[in-house]
Design a protein around this ligand. Structure first.
Ligand code: ISL
Length: 555
């Protein structure tokens, strides 16, 4: 109804600023480029933006190594650009959410520099997770835990103590048991809320508190208490009190790679509003896998009372077109696992065509799931993963720390193609060279080309988002599975009573969503086909049926 907070069923568009649009021609995207192209995002029909970090950073981890939480990296502009972005976005009806990185900062952050310079036991060191080592001279790290980016998670300081980093050695973890840390993050939250941001995506939100007393683990994985009694929740209650101090409905989404049970424990009504559930990103293109992932998202929602949150792409994962085209399933762990599984594509064009067909069907599914939806820039263009980046240009620490064993995440971060037949494809001024080279295949996938092609991925996303907006049952309905050929077809009904529909949106009603991951066509239920991944006219022909690798929504 009219009182439903906006974020419960919003569509968020994730902007990776370095790769969105480059206004000043230095090869890297910037906030001015984003402002200049806001109309393209608004025209897509989304409700909000999520910007990945744009703060001053040495950019070892794409900006998730923050050197100053309340400023803008000069490569992206300055605080004036943030004001201009907020004003322009709000004028276009878009909310703006930003990334908060509380688990770790950059080793270039003033606090860490001070900690390195200070003595063991000093208040400067207390802000980080610094410990004495084990064994003779403390030469052994305090635990055997490994870092997410491979290698050890402890690095030695010049005086012999060790500091903990869940990710790269240049990303020291903050000590949330030291009151200075939550206090500083309250200041940071207020700074951005005062600027007018509408919400936050909280990076690695489940890992702020570690249990070092647990000591070594059999597989070297860290011990991170996430349960109901973890001090974590005190921190999020504080975040929430700060956010509730502000007018309007500011929101936060927890980022976590955790399984559903843990995600549900993490979310509480007096804490953060949403949590990512990345199950869909891990499902391969098969009805049972997709059904299980949807179930998982719904279970989190049932257990927590928060809306489900649906994602198929982000800046950490191979693009959906490539995953589905190759039949790749993402292992729960991290990027390296994916790389092992990626088969050599027999025929790149065939893989692209198949992946695109499936990604179109996945788009229909995504936009017909009740709850909040996150899209990643370029997903609406059907961009494939760029798999052949030369080693010299790769930046991701996942690539570098594994000695190249894992290709890392650069392939989904290649600057967007906007227009023209050759690089930089309108990403920056003619003659500029994007920080990652764009592949030839981008020539066929520019936004400009797709604007004029009713059969394009862009046209499909626009249509889907318009239908979603006009059809409350797709955003807020209750989902029930319908029987069918479960191995190859995903069929569910969404229902919504009149009260659940928003003011002026008419009665609730019902819809049936059919996703065919098999090869045999399936009959559609009677009704009006309002959206499909294939031309709707084909489905309306006498005897029309939904072909393989396709999806439709029937009212
Ligand atoms: O912690 C994990 C597995 O143990 C991951 O799934 C984790 O949730 C994920 O790696 C978090 O990613 C985010 O933080 C990283 C950054 O490199 C990613 O780009 C960001 O999305 C470190 O800040």
């Amino acid at each position: 109804n009219a009182a439903t907070p906006w974020w419960r069923d919003a569509v968020f568009y994730q902007v990776y600023p370095r790769s969105f649009a480059d206004a000043n021609g230095d090869g890297e995207g910037d906030l001015a480029g984003l402002v200049a192209h806001l109309d393209a995002i608004a025209a897509l029909g989304v409700d909000a933006l999520w910007l990945t970090p744009f703060y001053p950073s040495p950019m070892v981890d794409g900006g998730y190594d923050v050197a100053d939480y309340t400023d803008v990296d000069p490569r992206y502009g300055d605080l004036g650009d943030v004001d201009r972005l907020l004003a322009a976005a709000h004028a276009a009806g878009l909310r703006v959410t930003i990334d908060l990185v509380p688990n770790h900062c950059s080793s270039e952050h003033a606090w860490f520099r001070a900690a390195v310079a200070a003595a063991p036991g000093s208040p400067e060191r207390a802000r980080f997770l610094v410990r004495d080592g084990r064994g003779p001279d403390g030469a052994e790290p305090p635990t055997n835990w490994g870092s997410v980016f491979s290698g050890a998670s402890w690095t030695r300081l010049p005086d012999g103590q060790w500091y903990y980093h869940l990710f790269d050695p240049t990303q020291p973890d903050l000590n949330w048991d030291d009151p200075a840390v939550p206090e500083e993050f309250e200041r940071i939250l207020r700074f951005w809320l005062d600027c007018g941001v509408d919400g936050f995506r909280i990076d690695v939100s489940d890992a702020l508190v570690k249990d070092f007393d647990a000591g070594d683990t059999p597989d070297g994985s860290p011990v991170i208490p996430k349960g109901a009694d973890s001090p974590l929740h005190e921190h999020y209650r504080r975040f929430r009190r700060v956010m509730d101090d502000y007018d309007g409905d500011r929101m936060a989404v927890l980022e976590t790679g955790a399984p559903a049970e843990d995600v549900a424990l993490l979310l509480r009504p007096d804490e953060m509003h949403l949590a990512f559930d990345l199950a869909l990103t891990r499902a391969r293109w098969s009805a049972p896998a997709l059904r299980e992932a949807v179930e998982e998202g719904l279970a989190v929602s049932r257990l927590s009372g928060a809306p489900a949150t649906w994602v198929i792409e982000n800046h950490d994962l191979p693009r959906a077109v490539t995953r589905y085209g190759n039949d790749v399933e993402l292992a729960g762990e991290y990027v390296p696992e994916v790389e092992e599984e990626l088969p050599e594509p027999a025929d790149a064009a065939a893989v692209l065509a198949r992946g695109t067909r499936r990604a179109r069907a996945a788009a229909v599914l995504l936009c017909a799931l009740p709850g909040a939806v996150y899209l990643y820039q370029g997903q609406e263009l059907g961009l494939p993963e760029v798999e052949d980046l030369p080693d010299e240009v790769r930046q991701d620490p996942v690539f570098h720390r594994t000695g190249g064993a894992a290709r890392g995440r650069d392939g989904c971060r290649v600057p967007l193609p906007w227009a023209d037949a050759e690089p930089p494809y309108g990403f920056g001024p003619a003659g500029s060279s994007p920080w990652l080279p764009q592949p030839e295949v981008f020539a066929d996938l520019t936004r400009e080309r797709q604007e004029h092609d009713p059969g394009s991925m862009l046209a499909l996303y626009r249509e889907l988002l318009a239908v979603r907006r006009a059809t409350p049952v797709l955003r807020r309905g209750t989902l029930d599975w319908l029987p069918g050929d479960d191995d190859h077809v995903l069929t569910f009904r969404l229902t919504l009573d009149g009260e659940g529909a928003g003011e002026g949106e008419g009665a609730g009603g019902s819809a049936v969503v059919v996703v065919n991951t098999g090869t045999d066509p399936v009959a559609l239920p009677p009704g009006e086909v309002v959206a499909a991944s294939v031309p709707i006219d084909d489905l309306l022909a006498p005897g029309g049926a939904l072909p393989g690798d396709a999806a439709a929504v029937v009212l």
